[in-house]
Design a protein around this ligand. Structure first.
Ligand SMILES: Cc1cc2nc3c(=O)[nH]c(=O)nc-3n(C[C@H](O)[C@H](O)[C@H](O)COP(=O)(O)O)c2cc1C
Length: 189
């Protein structure tokens, strides 16, 4: 299915720390479920997104190598966390910390994404890295941006998840609420 993406505008939608955006996809990344907060922040109606590729909210500022890594990990059966800039229907953007997880429903594999708002500091830390990755990708392709990302992580002596964790530390209460929500959705979404 072709996804119509709105023209990005330079206006941020603030996602509160207590706003949790959840979605579920099939093995190919087609949306099977979204919660009300996802709809509220992204500006879509449920009917617009169900059955649609999740790239409907892909923002052009996001480097492709982050999604490449995400899919690689999920296909290997590993969960992954990443800071993601998304595109709302209005063209505005919103930043979220996203925990991507695999879920098996009988013999069907589905993927869940749990998102929460992030601090200004976290965004300011990740933006220069994503901008650099995007610049490399535009000039030399995704393999080059993956090599850059790997050497960046090596320099920082961290894995991707460790690096994301280091900039995304939620406050204790938020972490507890987020984990409770994740547990609830893991069984019901
Ligand atoms: C559970 C799940 C949630 C996803 N959530 C997002 C998201 O919020 N934003 C996004 O840009 N891509 C998300 N993706 C990744 C998209 O499927 C896609 O790989 C990405 O947008 C890049 O799209 P493109 O390769 O068509 O450019 C998600 C994938 C899965 C499996």
């Amino acid at each position: 299915m072709r996804v119509h993406r709105p023209l990005p505008i330079d206006h941020k939608i603030k996602v509160g720390y207590n706003e949790f955006l959840v979605s579920k996809t099939d093995e190919h990344g087609n949306i099977l479920y979204v919660n009300d907060t996802f709809l509220k922040i992204s500006g879509y109606e449920e009917i617009d997104v169900l059955g649609t590729p999740h790239s409907i909210v892909r923002h052009p500022d996001m480097p492709a190598c982050i999604f490449y890594l995400m899919w690689q990990r999920l296909k290997k059966g590993e969960n992954i966390q990443a800071l993601v800039k998304n595109l709302a229907r209005s063209g505005e953007y919103y930043w979220v910390s996203t925990d991507f997880e695999i879920r098996y429903e009988g013999n069907q594999k589905t993927y869940l994404a749990f998102r929460r708002g992030v601090s200004k500091d976290a965004i300011e830390t990740i933006e220069p890295l994503y901008q650099q990755l995007l610049k490399i990708e535009k000039k030399h392709g995704i393999q080059a941006s993956l090599v850059y990302l790997e050497s960046f992580l090596q320099e920082n002596q961290m894995t991707f998840n460790e690096y994301m964790n280091s900039i995304l530390k939620p406050k204790k209460l938020i972490a507890i609420i987020f984990n409770t929500l994740k547990n609830r959705f893991r069984h019901s979404a």
